[in-house]
Design a protein around this ligand. Sequence first.
Ligand code: SAH
Length: 235
Amino acid sequence: MAWRSSGASNRDLIENLWRNKLITHPQVKEAFLKVDRGHYAPSFAYDDSPQPIGHAATISAPHMHASAVEHLLPFLTPSETHPRRRVLDIGSGSGYLTHVMAELVGPEGTVVGIEHIAPLRDLGERNMGKSAEGRAFLESGRAKFRVGDGRKGGVEEGEEAEKWDAIHVGAAAAEVHDALLQQLKAPGRMFIPVDDEVEGWSQHIWCVDKDEKGEVTKRKLFGVRYVPLTDAPKA
Ligand code: SAH
C-alpha cells in the first residue's frame, strides 16, 4: 500500500490517497490539501512512506495520517453541541498532523501537540511557521506545541483540567494509558498504536471510544510499525 499513493506534488499525493480510498471524507481531503507536506518532511515529502526527521523519530506515512484523521473526524469537527473542539496530538514530531487537525477544528478549536524531545517540539512549531495559515494558527492559539511526557496526557499543571474530544497517539504505547483514558471527554475518541505480540505484527492501532455515559469500548483496527512511546532520552 505504501508506494501506491506516492505523488509528484502535494496535490498529487492527496488525490492518490483519495483515489485509493485511504481518504474518503471530502472534509478530510480538503484539510490535507491545505497543508503542504513539503514543509514537514525533509525528504521525499510526497512519497507515501515515513521519513526520518532526526532524534530517531519519523514523520509517519501519509496513509497513516489519513487513517488517523478519518477515524477521529467526528470528534475533530465542531458541531452545535461541541463548538470548541480540544484535540491532543501526542508525539507531534514534525507537526504535520497537528496542522492538519488544526484545519479541521475550526476557529474555536484547539490542537495541542506534545513532544518529550524539546528540539522536536521546536521543529513542529518551526515547520508550521513556514506557511501563512500555520503562522496564523500559532498566533491565535488554535495550534500549540508543548514539551512533556505524552503518556501523562496534555493537561498542564495549574491549568484547568479540561479534557480532550480526540487524542491521537503518534508512537506505540505499551498499553492504553489510564491517564489518557481519564483525559478523554465523554464522548471522545482516541487513536492509539499499542504494542502486542500477535498475528506476526508487534503493534496494532486501537480506536478507543468513550460514550456519553463514560463507558469505554476498544476496537482493534490493523497492524502497524511505529517508533515506541518512551522515556525522554537523557540530555
Ligand atoms: N506524528 C508525528 C510522529 C513522530 S514519531 C509525525 O508524523 O511527524 C513519534 C514521536 O513521538 C517522536 O517524535 C518521539 O519523540 C515522540 N515520543 C515518543 N515518546 C514520547 C513521550 N513519552 N511523550 C511525548 N512524545 C513522545
